[in-house]
Design a protein around this ligand. Structure first.
Ligand code: FAS
Ligand code: PHB
Length: 399
């Protein structure tokens, strides 16, 4: 089948779905192509923490009713170093900003439901296989759906197909610069049917490895332990996970509640940037252009920030034909992307145990933690980065 739309979107993750909904509100039509089933996309456990900017964009899109009812608003976060805890008062240090715990699975469900309710197509199990005529005014996505070949022409293409998607490959290699850093450890994450043991997140450095105490609801906990890159789930029976969590998160007078493990996954840790984020009428948004280690809780939030930037630029083009914001898309995104890459790297290096590090570097790591708990300036910088203020202001040079 040959068909046409204004904006062709590859990927029904947060980036693709939010872009489609924002465009719909402006009367700009789009088609979302998603290679997996709706059930798979809605059930994949991933991010859990939303910046204020992300919540604002979801409200703008009319997709935040359930988020506003069920999201857990956090005004602080706890850092722990070998059992020594310190609370970063996010709201006090940032003049009122906070973060919200609301799972990516729920964001995706809310956006898909909106898309379906407005009668706009998300084609599930539709695999984009090629992108053509990218530098023409009618680029085309070739895709397979229900065993047949289809061709979608459009004004613009949004490559929202994640790190393993195809769109990044259609930017000529001669124009592309890739920045890549692979960390020597992974995260094992569990979803547990047990109420969280604290009402805020705990990021813990321990000589045995990093651990994170997060949550999904007052009934469900989300926890992570650092593991080796060669580990598999078979190396981590539930008993071992809980034993390590007890040690790494433990502190005097506090008990971590344990419960049935509902889901278990291992995620590698990587920092990656591909520049430029555009070529002709193709624009990348989200993980298709960059990924960060989840220590800074930024992946989903960066995807939403890219989407907002691309949406604003597309609306300007449709309204007055101006290409200024589209031409500046990569430059504007990159300032924010590198600010977030730096913060995610800082949090990852500070909080993970790396036995290959020299003792000198391990002392630097401990000193960074001590600066956070003794310097208001240091903890303010962390708070601004964590709530997302710093990335939003990445272009505003102090007078
Ligand atoms: P996504 O990867 O979410 O979506 C891309 C979509 O495109 C997918 O649904 C895919 O099926 C589809 N697609 C790919 N190729 C296609 C093709 N050829 N045709 C059609 N569709 C195609 N971030 C955090 O902030 N905190 C976390 O704790 C965290 N944990 C994570 C755990 C894991 C295992 C992973 C992989 C990522 C995690 N992230 C986390 C980052 C994650 O949340 C991403 O930043 C976020 O999903 C980015 O959203 P999108 O850019 O929309 O990409
Ligand atoms: C999560 O709840 O899944 C989560 C929260 C904060 C992070 C990473 C993951 O930094």
């Amino acid at each position: 089948m040959n068909h046409h739309t204004q904006v062709g979107i590859i990927g029904a993750g947060p980036a693709g779905l939010l872009l489609a909904q924002l465009l719909y509100q402006q009367g700009i039509e789009s088609v979302v192509l998603e290679s997996r089933s709706r059930e798979r996309v809605e059930s994949r456990q991933r991010a859990g923490l939303l910046e204020q900017g992300t919540v604002d964009r979801l409200r703008q899109a009319g997709a935040a009713d359930r988020l506003d009812r069920e999201g857990l608003v956090h005004e602080g976060v706890i850092l722990s170093y070998n059992g020594q805890r310190h609370r970063i008062n996010l709201t006090e240090l940032t003049g009122g900003s906070c973060v919200t715990i609301y799972a990516q699975t729920e964001v995706v469900k809310d956006l898909i439901r909106l898309r379906v309710e407005t009668g706009n197509p998300v084609l599930f199990e539709a695999q984009a296989t090629a992108i053509k005529a990218i530098t023409s005014s009618t680029p085309m996505i070739q895709y397979t759906h229900n065993g047949e070949e289809h061709f979608l022409t459009c004004d613009f293409l949004a490559g929202c197909d994640g790190f393993h998607g195809i769109s990044r490959q259609f930017i000529p290699e001669s124009l592309t610069t890739v920045y890549d850093k692979v960390y020597p450890y992974s995260w094992l994450g569990i979803l547990a049917n047990v109420p969280p043991s604290t009402h805020e997140l705990i990021y813990a450095y321990h000589d045995r490895g990093f651990a994170l105490h997060s949550m999904r609801s007052p009934e469900i906990s989300r926890l992570y332990v650092q593991c080796d890159v060669t580990d598999t789930l078979a190396d981590w029976p539930d008993e071992r996970i809980w034993a390590e969590l007890q040690i790494r998160l433990g502190t005097t007078g506090w008990t971590l509640q344990e419960g049935p493990v509902l889901e278990k996954t291992i995620t590698p840790m990587r920092s990656f940037v591909s520049e430029p984020m555009q070529y002709g009428r193709l624009f990348l948004a989200g993980d298709s252009a960059h990924i960060v280690p989840p220590t800074g809780a930024k992946g989903l939030n960066m995807a939403v920030a890219d989407t907002g930037q691309l949406f604003d630029a597309l609306v300007r083009w449709y309204q007055d034909g101006s290409t200024t914001d589209l031409d500046n898309y990569t430059a504007c995104c990159m300032r924010r992307v590198w600010r977030v890459q730096e913060f995610s790297n800082f949090m990852t290096e500070m909080l993970h145990h790396n036995r290959d590090k020299s003792s000198f570097d391990q002392h630097l790591q401990e000193s960074r933690f001590n600066q956070l708990i003794t310097s208001r300036a240091a903890s303010t910088l962390l708070a601004e980065n964590y709530v997302g203020m710093a990335a939003k202001r990445a272009s505003e040079v102090l007078s």
